[in-house]
Ligand binder design. Structure first.
Ligand SMILES: [Zn+2]
Length: 252
């Protein structure tokens, strides 16, 4: 399925904002063993810096895409969210998987995707793109675990399409491969006619290892070091109210 023409230069609409948090914003995940009060405080502090309460998903490495209304109450189990609502940030929790943020170039529709290897194998990007009415879409990719730190076995590689197996995997030790999530996501987006305008090339594991200012969380690195990482950072996308916005008021 192809939407739009990826060969045409497209630009990110001024009224659509993106933000990626870091350890400075703290753990934002409730479905872990972290202190719920700490997570609630972190979520409140983040929400105060946004135009509205973020809509979080209960992410299950599946392929469900939820359409979100401005007065979302019940918890949603899905790995992608889509909305036309303004001031309704869509949040994806991450600690290695790839967050993909999509908007129509007219700034009327947005989506956020949790794309780990399972989501990519189950075509969650294509499933999300089909939600859009607009023909012209652009995307940004957030940080994820890089091929430098992401080794998978043949079972994972074999779940991908032949071309994705060719471009997204580097042979490593016997029967194992270094997987490049962004490379495969970029290919899938292009197959859907979605142009990627920005990629955050930070590897979550490299970032967590550095322990530097603004570092990210890495689930896999934590597991390798015998201390499973229960914290998650977030990637968010939202529409600012009013299409008449000419100069972006988006932070960052
Ligand atoms: Zn790395």
């Amino acid at each position: 399925m192809v939407k739009g023409d990826p060969t045409k230069a497209a630009r990110w609409p001024d009224n659509v904002c993106v933000r990626v948090t870091s350890h400075q914003d703290g753990n934002l995940a409730v479905h872990t063993n972290d202190d719920p009060d700490v997570v609630a405080r972190n979520r409140d502090r983040l929400a105060a810096s946004l135009p509205g309460l973020p809509v979080w998903l209960r992410q299950v490495h599946g392929h469900e895409v939820a359409t979100v209304s401005p007065i979302q109450q019940a918890e949603i189990t899905a790995d992608a969210s889509y909305t036309r609502a303004v001031d309704t940030p869509l949040g994806i929790l991450v600690a290695d998987c790839l967050p993909v943020l999509i908007t129509s170039t007219d700034g009327l529709e947005i989506a956020a995707i949790h794309a780990g290897w399972r989501g990519l194998a189950e075509r969650i990007i294509e499933r999300t793109v089909t939600r859009f009415d607009a023909p012209s879409l652009v995307a940004q990719m957030g940080p994820c675990i890089g091929p430098c730190h992401y080794e998978v076995d043949a079972i994972v590689r074999d779940r991908m399409a032949p071309e994705e197996q060719r471009i997204g995997f580097l042979a490593n030790r016997e029967g194992h491969f270094r997987m490049d999530l962004q490379q495969i996501a970029r290919y899938q987006l292009r197959q859907c006619g979605v142009e990627v305008l920005k990629e955050d090339d930070r590897c979550t594991a490299c970032s967590a290892l550095s322990d530097g200012e603004g570092h990210l969380y890495s689930h896999r690195l934590g597991s390798q070091m015998g201390k499973p990482e229960i914290r998650r950072f977030a990637a968010l996308i939202w529409r600012e109210v009013g299409l008449e916005v000419v100069s972006s008021s988006c932070p960052g």
